[in-house]
Ligand binder design. Structure first.
Ligand code: ARG
Length: 374
């Protein structure tokens, strides 16, 4: 039962936040909180424009944000999320330390754990604490005068920014970029990530010895750091979170996209495939071997990763269980299907609740640069 509360405010943004606050405390997942908590939060919000959430509220909110996020195929595991409460990290240095702690706990020696680190809310005047880097771990990209790119072409701009700030990369294909952090009172600062916190997997193939000679590797932990976490009318712009990789993210996108590492031609050559025409399916065959190498290598290194068949099964399972629980599961079909072999995974053959990006709590994109599908 929801008693009548006056949610009108002269500032339309404030009334929007009041509505979100009310809706949050009305969720069944928060029914166990003290009876006056909602009224108290609403009053504080009305008076101060925001309110202080408890760690429990943030953790529940973050789990629901994950469960609500239409583009995530890994949502079956939403209950396992753990919180690092870093709201007292109000300097770039302190935020960097919290991110390092995040990587340590998330990597967990290869047995990856899903973590969200929640940093400070924006100041009353709107200035905020933000991680500029799209993920905690990203590889630099450098364009030479002849136009050739070394490293990850997706991060040319980010690398230029780091360089402008005084960072110097070695110039290899896999230089880990520094964390770049912006706070209200400091210019953007950068922090090298301690080597021991960056678990990496050298790629080798279970059958082809030459594969290791390509000298490819990838980092074990995908930790997205450029999305806002929105809970109960409160926005956390500094809220890096991680799950674990699906092989296709690395094998069928990062190493295969023509505007990323673009490795299919080199692999097809090594496989001595007939590359004279697209119709020989040389790209498709190289793609499969590359993905086998990714899955095999992560397993060999002890870094947890899921394959696209297994995650698809887990996801449709999750959708069914959500339906049984009487909940909607807004889903973006194009995002939950893998970028290879989608038709032989169960996610392909279904319709879903429409991908409602407006439901809250949620992780919200800050209009990231580049491709809408990465
Ligand atoms: N696709 C991104 C990458 O290749 C990672 C996005 C988040 N992925 C995840 N499995 N949680 O780095």
């Amino acid at each position: 039962m929801s008693e009548q509360v006056d949610l009108r405010a002269s500032d339309p943004q404030l009334s929007g936040r009041l509505v979100e606050c009310r809706d949050f405390f009305d969720l069944p997942e928060l029914k166990h909180l003290p009876a006056d908590r909602k009224a108290q939060a609403l009053a504080e919000m009305r008076r101060a424009g925001t309110y202080v959430q408890t760690p429990e509220e943030i953790l529940i909110g973050a789990k629901l944000a994950w469960r609500n996020h239409a583009r995530c195929v890994g949502r079956k595991h939403w209950r396992t999320l753990k919180l690092i409460d870093a709201r007292d990290a109000t300097t770039a240095e302190a935020i960097a330390q919290a991110c390092f702690e995040h990587l340590r706990v998330a990597t967990n020696g290869g047995a990856l754990q899903s973590i969200v680190t929640v940093g400070p809310t924006p100041l009353p005047d709107g200035r905020e604490y933000r991680i500029i880097s799209p993920q905690l771990i990203r590889y630099a990209g450098y364009r030479a005068v002849d136009g050739a790119v070394t490293g990850d072409p997706a991060h040319l701009e980010l690398t230029q920014l780091a360089t402008k700030l005084g960072w110097r990369g070695k110039g290899t294909d896999f230089d880990v970029l520094p964390l770049m952090i912006s706070t209200p009172d400091e210019p953007i600062r950068w922090f090298d990530i301690p080597r021991e916190l960056v678990m990496e997997v050298p790629l080798e193939h279970p059958n082809y010895r030459w594969f290791a000679g390509l000298e490819l590797k990838w980092h074990a932990v995908p930790a997205v750091s450029n999305m806002d976490l929105e809970i109960g009318g409160v926005r956390y712009p500094c809220a890096p979170f991680n799950g674990w990789y699906v092989n296709t993210e690395v094998g069928a996108r990062n190493f295969s996209d023509q505007d990323r590492y673009d490795m299919l031609p080199a692999i097809a050559k090594k496989l001595r495939l007939d590359m004279s025409s697209d119709r020989t399916l040389w790209k498709d065959r190289a793609l499969v071997e590359l993905n086998r190498a990714v899955i095999h290598s992560f397993r060999e290194s002890g870094a947890y990763m899921v394959d696209h068949h297994t995650v698809a099964k887990q996801f449709v399972d999750h959708v069914d269980r959500e339906t049984e629980a009487g909940r909607k599961c807004p889903t973006d079909w194009a995002w939950v299907n893998p970028p290879m072999s989608s038709g032989i995974t169960p996610t392909f053959h279904r319709l879903y609740d429409p991908p409602d990006m407006d439901i809250r709590p949620n992780f919200v994109s800050r209009g990231a640069l580049g491709c809408p599908f990465s």
